[in-house]
Design a protein around this ligand. Structure first.
Ligand code: ADP
Ligand code: MG
Length: 290
């Protein structure tokens, strides 16, 4: 038989913009002691903006931006969108379409035009192609740009932390959540800065999508784990982690269809505070079997 009051809990969630896909997730939420968050779009707004363009000596700034825009022209990654918006703002011509694009999750893009190869992405991508990059300690995301293995310089991109994030972390602690952890594919300096501002207990940086899954599985199977583990993400590259968590919570607004499908709980308007709401609803829902 179905515990009737679960319908009350599920209905209560829906009223608050939290879609709970089954009563068993309410039960699991009551026992949650670790919450793992994706960074981009979950703790941050995921609205990226170009904050600086830094060409190498002798490289024309607008050339650097144009090469990056060509490479990113077919990507839907928030980083790509910010570069295209910036390019469209400073230039009259639209970025021409490259002949072939290869987008590498957690790295960036490699674009083949008729006459050259453009690389736009992080240090990992540049290393793969033996392109040296300067040391950088910026807190924002960095997109390095190279053409035919000649390094041109980099574009700095800022994201904004959701203003409520810090308060949410405090409330989760008050509700008895023992650990909050952030996972990100972004570089160490950016991860460190965001983790500090959001006041998550721990963070892991520079993780590829498969590294996030591996890290998560390892954490889950650790000795002495008794409570449940929730994962909160937008699902861009992290649908497998959402599916593997005891409770997968997806941001429904910016989240991908795959994420909404893989999740157990969907937050309709991307408010991180709804994680607190969901736990409170779970606690109030009693399991009355009729
Ligand atoms: P997160 O784990 O923060 O959600 P992603 O897995 O989406 O981030 O991406 C990780 C990193 O890979 C980004 O911080 C960026 O350095 C790089 N990257 C991914 N896609 C692109 C792209 N289209 N252009 C440039 N860099 C990219
Ligand atoms: Mg992501």
């Amino acid at each position: 038989s179905i515990p009737l009051s679960f319908f009350g809990g599920i209905g209560g969630g829906a009223k608050h913009g939290v879609l709970i896909k089954g009563g068993n997730y309410l039960d699991a939420l009551k026992q949650v002691d670790t919450i793992v968050f994706d960074k981009t779009g979950t703790l941050t707004q995921g609205i990226f903006e170009v904050s600086n363009v830094c060409p190498m000596d002798g490289v024309d700034e607008s050339y650097l931006v144009r090469m990056a825009a060509i490479a990113e022209s077919q990507s839907t990654h928030p980083i790509a969108k910010s570069i295209l918006a910036y390019y469209n703002n400073i230039s009259k011509d639209k970025a021409m379409q490259p002949v072939q694009i290869n987008e590498l999750a957690g790295h960036g893009v490699v674009a083949d035009t008729e006459s050259e190869v453009i690389y736009a992405g992080n240090e990992k991508l540049m290393k793969q192609h033996n392109i040296d990059v300067p040391q950088n300690h910026s807190a924002g995301s960095i997109v390095h740009v190279a053409v035919n293995e000649n390094y041109l310089g980099y574009i700095l991109i800022d994201d904004v932390i959701k203003p409520e994030t810090k308060g949410v972390m405090r409330e989760l602690k008050q509700l008895g959540v023992k650990r909050t952890i952030m996972l990100t594919g972004d570089h160490e300096e950016a991860a460190k800065a965001v983790a500090k501002l959001c006041q998550v207990d721990e963070y892991q940086s520079e993780l590829l999508p498969q590294d996030k899954v591996a890290w998560f599985d390892k954490y889950k199977n650790q000795a002495g784990m008794s409570g449940k583990i929730a994962f909160v993400g937008d699902g861009i590259n992290d649908a497998p982690v959402l599916a593997g968590a005891d409770i997968g919570i997806a941001m429904g607004g910016i989240g991908s269809d795959a994420a909404i499908e893989a999740a157990d709980i969907v937050i309709m308007n991307d408010e991180i505070g709804k994680v607190v709401t969901a736990i409170k609803i779970a606690r109030k829902t009693k399991k009355i079997v009729i």
